[in-house]
Design a protein around this ligand. Sequence first.
Ligand SMILES: Cc1ncc(COP(=O)(O)O)c(C=O)c1O
Length: 369
Amino acid sequence: MVHVPFVDLKTQGHELLPEYQAALASVVDRAAYVMGAELRDFEAAFAQFCACPHAVGVSSGTDALILAYKAAGIGPGDEVILPANTFMATTEAVTHVGGKPVVVDVLPDTANIDPAAVEAAVTSRTKAVVPVHLFGQPVDMDAIDAVAKKHGLVVIEDACQAHGATHRGRPTGSLGAIAAFSFYPGKNLGALGDGGAVTTADAEMAETARVLRNHGEKTKSNHTVVGYCFRLDNLQAAFLQIKLAHLAEWNRGRRAAAKRYDQALAGMAGVTPISERPDVEAVYHLYVVQVDDRDGVRTRLGEAGVDTGIHYPVPIHLHAAYAHLGYKLGAFPVAERLAERILSLPMFPEITPEQTAYVAEQLARAVAP
Ligand SMILES: Cc1ncc(COP(=O)(O)O)c(C=O)c1O
């Protein structure tokens, strides 16, 4: 039977294994495991990739968000506006720095944060807004910037799904005051384990993130603030450096696959892909469609050998972890409706035209059983 996996991490892993082995041997030979040359080299290369002066390698995307929020000055009592449809980490990190997450609805066509809803949620305590470039598609930054400027908000990008995506030709990571990336293995740029990075053009914010990630140690044995152990290992940095050289090509592979899906699904009754804005170049961390009877469609696709995902089945405000915020079902109707209808199709750089055609064919059958 045909099987189309949701992601394929093995092909890249096997191709790059000799390079990983050489990097491992080099690190072991020098016993240089943390805060070394590999980390510095990767940070320089990733900063350049993001067209941003500073990148700080850290232990995960969640930790990158915590440091970005800290560096942006978020603390107790500060409200941070973020979208209802995102991964829990965007919200968790606000809580961990003592801030209050303020959830707003998303747009029905892109599933990204609704700038009008952001403006409506601003209060005298609002400190920041977090455009999450979900699925690899940059948020409408012009609209977010306008609201942020009007109300004096800091713009903190959650770019954990959007390495290399651009808005009006400018890459994510350079679109706000500070940004967080995840290098979780399945991301467009993924480590062989956990990792993340903070990027910013602000030298002071970069220094704050750098000091905080390593126990608040500004210079040797001089701990100026209470920090964390949020370092990115040299080994992971070396693996990421190897993979970064392929990222633009991999993103092109994802965009080509997305185009094939777009063409195959155009006019298909009962299937509405999340649309790409005209002013962005998305990098399709995920290719997402909206369908009725999503769970039935998902089951039928699974029976036909097509693996799928849901990002995300429960909006932030309906998780038990955030019940204390007091949001009720119905608070964010667009996000709630999307949560019932969205389905992520197989997407990875090496997916073949035969595979995308098979997925589209099976999707047509699954929506009209
Ligand atoms: C939008 C978003 N934010 C934050 C994160 C957190 O990243 P990590 O899993 O590396 O902590 C992820 C990754 O899962 C994500 O997709």
